[in-house]
Design a protein around this ligand. Structure first.
Ligand code: SAH
Length: 243
């Protein structure tokens, strides 16, 4: 099945952009995914092809008009999740990426200027407001590229080794363990001994411990969720044994 990406943007020339090279680019050539960038401005109705107007209530910048955005969105074939890029949205995570990658594709609406007229989201409740994280970009396009990249690498046949997705950061709710490669010694630093032991059980235990330690130190938010879930399933197992 081909993963169909439609991007609604004022800058369609930004797509596929960096997704036209390397892994994603080869997948595009094979038609594992297709990329259709729609110019929002084509749906403006006035002589000047206006897409934005000044914010109600005053303030700096311009706001994207709901009528033009809705016309652009309504022109696109449905049956796929619709994501609007906005820092006001729910931060995207790997679990949602995985769901998207398993589906038919995605429609992504990219903002510019001060963003979208809020009534768009009331009138088209199927739109999922999504953020790339707690940063402010100048436009939704880099966020869309990042989300598409994350989906594409999960499509069947896109990544070399099918297992290399499973141990990645976030897949188990933890950061990945640190990686090393040759040379064995570099600037006086050696690769941790255990990784050279050939003892797969010991290596797995070391990696798990480092994943947990690094997550606890670097990402207390992830750690809280992970250790909470782990304690819950442990007490569930205990209850089962007792009962
Ligand atoms: N005034 C808005 C920011 C607008 S930035 C606010 O403070 O919420 C312009 C556009 O860039 C947005 O409409 C959105 O499409 C995109 N953008 C900026 N930061 C983003 C983020 N963290 N995630 C997703 N899209 C973002």
């Amino acid at each position: 099945m081909t993963f169909a990406a439609t991007i609604l943007t004022l800058y369609p020339e930004m797509f596929p952009g960096p997704l036209g090279v390397s892994l994603a680019g080869r997948a595009l050539e094979r038609e594992d995914w297709v990329c259709d960038a729609v110019q929002i401005r084509d749906f403006a109705t006035d002589r000047h092809r206006t897409v934005d107007d000044t914010p109600a209530g005053g303030g700096a910048g311009m706001v994207l008009k709901p009528d033009v955005l809705a016309a652009a969105l309504d022109s696109v074939e449905g049956g796929r999740p619709v994501l609007a890029m906005t820092p006001r949205g729910r931060p995207i995570d790997q679990a949602r990426i995985r769901e998207l990658a398993e589906g038919p594709g995605v429609v992504i609406l990219c903002g510019r200027f001060e963003g979208f007229d809020e009534r768009l989201f009331e009138a088209r409740p199927q739109i999922e407001q999504v953020s790339l994280g707690d940063v402010v970009l100048s436009g939704g396009e880099p966020a869309a590229l990042a989300i598409l990249d994350a989906c594409i690498r999960l499509l069947p046949g896109v990544m070399g080794a099918p297992s290399s997705g499973a141990e990645e950061s976030f897949e188990e709710g933890l950061l990945e363990y640190p990686q090393y490669t040759r040379p064995q010694e570099w600037e006086g630093r050696t690769i941790p001994e255990v990784l050279r032991s050939g003892d797969h059980a010991k290596i797995a235990a070391w990696r798990k411990a480092r994943s947990e330690d690094d997550t606890r130190l670097r990402r207390p938010d992830l750690w809280e969720r992970y250790s909470g879930a782990r304690d819950q399933s442990a007490s569930g197992a205990r209850r089962n044994e007792e009962g």
